[in-house]
Design a protein around this ligand. Structure first.
Ligand SMILES: O=C(CO)[C@@H](O)[C@H](O)COP(=O)(O)O
Length: 229
């Protein structure tokens, strides 16, 4: 089970490059196994093209490395906090993708202005507050999880599978490393589309009813998109 998870995590990390979500090693993907309560995560600073499943590090929820010769991603504490807070999440992606990072640096949530976003996010993509100096001193990566969890209060991580961290960059998550990668690609795409549509005509939020109907195309018991029965 854990070997398969390491393979999935390795493939998803390499998918960051395939989808043009990273520069150098500016991103990481992890996966979580609820039975062992271990997460498999990219090793820190290792180029994606050199990555193999054997390099993927296994870490417990206290941050202890339980398997692997390499140091885990520097963002591991953030992934840990999110797995603890979002029980159904099995994959997490962090990138510094251009358009999502632009919204993060601007400190702006990405409003749901079209059906593309509505297909995956039931509404806006939130932006967190900035970390305080004390939080940075306490541990930047762990406290990044704190501000994400705070911003997600009252929101369902299934309906809102991603966020932008003010002053930092995006995080996305899902039911598997592959699903989290999919949501990270969608976040980056809609970040660009929304910015461009704002340039053309200003803020145009999508009608709530249209939003709901589009979200339900791919989610919930009445979903009908694709070949699902
Ligand atoms: O803060 C950043 C980029 O500036 C991080 O996202 C790292 O670049 C990813 O680090 P590792 O996962 O390689 O430790």
């Amino acid at each position: 089970m854990l070997e398969q998870l390491k393979q999935e995590v390795c493939k998803a990390n390499q998918g960051l490059v395939d989808h043009d979500l990273v520069t150098f090693t500016w991103g990481n993907v992890s996966g979580f196994d609820p039975e062992t309560e271990l997460l498999a995560i990219k090793p820190s600073g290792v180029p994606y093209e050199e990555l193999s499943p054997a390099d993927i590090v296994l870490v417990d929820l206290k941050g202890n490395v339980v398997e692997g010769d390499l140091k885990p991603s520097s963002d591991t504490p953030t992934h840990i906090e999110l797995y603890k807070a979002f029980p159904g999440v099995r994959g997490i992606v962090h990138t510094h993708s251009d358009w999502g990072t632009a919204w993060a640096q601007a400190g702006k949530s990405i409003p749901c202005s079209g059906t593309t976003q509505a297909d995956y996010f039931y509404g806006d993509i939130p932006c967190t507050r900035q970390l305080t100096k004390e939080e940075v001193q306490n541990g930047y990566e762990k406290e990044t999880g704190t501000v994400i969890i705070e911003a997600m209060q009252g929101k369902n991580p299934v309906e809102v599978p991603g966020i932008v961290v003010h002053g930092h960059a995006p995080f996305a998550w899902g039911g598997s490393p592959e699903d989290a990668l999919h949501n990270a690609v969608v976040l980056e795409k809609v970040a660009k589309m929304t910015f461009l549509s704002y340039q053309l005509s200003g803020e145009l939020p999508l009608d709530d009813y249209v939003l709901q109907k589009h979200y339900e195309r791919k989610h919930g018991e009445n979903a009908y998109y694709g070949q699902s029965k």
